[in-house]
Design a protein around this ligand. Sequence first.
Ligand code: NOJ
Ligand code: CA
Length: 588
Amino acid sequence: MRRLPHDNGAVMLTAEHGVAPGNAPLAHTARPVQGAAVIKDLWYKNAIIYSLNVGTYMDSNADGIGDFEGLARRLDYLHGLGITCLWLGPFQKSPRRDDGYDISDFYQVDPCFGTLGDFVDFTNQAKQRGIRVMIDLVVNHTSDQHPWFQEARRDPASKYRDFYVWSDRKPQNADEGMVFPGVQKTTWTRDPVAGRYYFHRFYDFQPDLNTENPLVLAEIRKIMGFWLELGVCGFRMDAMPFVIQTKGADRKQRERYALLREFREFLQWRRGDSIILAEANVEPKNSMHYFGDDGDRLQMMFNFWVNQRVFFALATGDTRPLVKALEQTRDHPATAQWGHFLRNHDELDLGRLTETQRAQVFEALGPDRDMQLYGRGIRRRLAPMLRGDRRRLEMAYSLMFSLPGTPVIRYGDELGMGDDLALRERDCARTPMQWSTEPHAGFTRAEKAVLPVIENGPYGFRKVNAADQRRDAESLLNWTERMIRMRKEVPEIGWGSFQPLETGHPGVLALRYDWRNNAVVVVHNLTGEVAEIQLRSVDDRGRQLINLLTQDHSRANGRGLHTIVMEPYGYHWYRAGGLGYLLERSSE
Ligand code: NOJ
Ligand code: CA
C-alpha cells in the first residue's frame, strides 16, 4: 500500500529569490515513497483549477447567454491569470431547471451555448495555451425530458424502463434523504404515465439512473469516451456517492466502490492523463474508499470536510477544528489529490459541522434567513460574506492556496464579486462575470442577460470589474495573479507532506511542507488582532525562513525559535533555508 507523502514530482522551478533551495539535507519530515516511484507527470498535483459556467461567462452573439465562442475569447484572460485547468459546469442539452444538472442529451452541446464544433474549437484553443478542460459528468440522474425517461415511462417493455428506479407504491422512507430539504418534498414521485413511483435523490425532474443496470454503465462509459475524444482531460463527477449507491424501494443502501475502479480504468485506457474529480461530501473515514488503498480508484476529491472548517475558522478565528480536519484527511494514496476550494456554485454546505459550530458560522457569515439555504448552508459569495474586507479576502485565498492539495477557484472571486439574494436558491451566486463598466458589465450586448448582472451597491459592476482591476497594480485581480504564480512555484504544497507547527495561538495556523529536499512554511492569522507567535524550527534548514512576499525574513534564535509578528489577518509564506542555494533536480 502506498500512501502520502512522496518525493516524486516532475515540476521544477525557475530561480528567483527564495525559490526552491536545493542542496540542503533531506528533511526528516519527508517520508520517502515505498516501492516503485510514482509516475512523475501527474499534472493535477500542482494545477490551478478555475470553475465557471459557460452561460454566465461571456456572450459572443448578443443573445444574453454566454457561449463557447465567448469563452474562447476569454482564454487569454484566464491564461494571464495563470490558471492551468478549467472546470466547466454542465453545458449539454437541458431544460436547465437546475442550471444544467438536468441533462436531456449527453451527446449535444445545448444550442444556446453553441455547437459541438464550437466546443472542439474551444478545447483546441485552450490546449494551445496549455490549459486543460475538465467538464461536469452528471450521470446520477437525467432530466425527466430525456428520451430515455420518456421511453421508460411510456413503455414497460422498453429497455429504458430499467434505466430508472421504480416502485409500485410509495416507499415508507419516501420523505427522507432529500438533498434540497425545504424545497424538495420527497424522493419518490408518482409518474402518471407509468402509473408508478420513480426515485429521485434530487428534484422531481431529475429521475435517478439505475447504475446497477449494465446498460446504464455502458452508456456512462460511452459518454466519457465521447467527451474525451473531443479534448477534455477529465470529469468533475457530480453526486458521486449517489452514483455508486444501490437504489430502490426499501433496499438497504450500499456503496459499490468497485465501480470507481472501473470508471478509472476505462478513462485511463482511453486517455492516460485524464482524471476524475469527485463531488463526494463524505466523512474522512470513508474517503479512502473513494481513492482506493492502492490509488486505483479516483485521482481527486473535493475536500468538503476541510472546507467547512476553513469557514469555521474564518467565522470564529479558531483554527483548531481545521487542524484536526487536515489530520483526519491526511491519508491518501501518493497518486491522489484533494481539491480545496472556498466557495463553489452551490451553497456553502455546513452540514458536517456540529450544530453549535454551524450556528457560529451562520451568525458570523450569514445571519439573515435569506442568506441561508436548505437549513444547512449559506448561499452568499465569498466577498460579501467577508464584508468585502480586503485583508480577510486575501488571507482566505492565501489559506486556500496553501492547503495540502490543489486549489479550485470560482470565477469572479478573483475580482471579489458579490451576490444577488433576490435570485432564487443558489442562483444568487451565479450572476454573469463582470468584465467592464459597459452595460451588463460587458458580459453581453443583448437587452437582457440570462441572469441579471449585479448593478448596484458595493459589488455592482461599475465598482467591481476586470477591466478596471487589470489597470490597478494593487487590485484583487492582480494580487490573485501574483498569488497563483507563487503557488505554482511552491510545488511542495501540491506534492509534499505537511505538518502543522505549534504556534501557541489558536487563531494562527502554521503548516510546513516538505518535498524533494525543499521545505516551505505558511502561516495564517485568522483573527483581526496582531498576534505574536513563536515557531520552533524543525531542522537546521528551518532556522532561516525566507519570506516569499516581503523582505521580512526570519532567523531563529539560539534555541531554534522564530518570533513572528502576524498582522491582523496576516499571511506569510516562507521558504526554509538560506538564499543562494542551487536548484536541485530530482534524484530519481
Ligand atoms: C450537485 C451539484 O453541485 C448541484 O449544483 C446539483 O444541483 C446537484 N448535484 C444535482 O445534480
Ligand atoms: Ca450567446
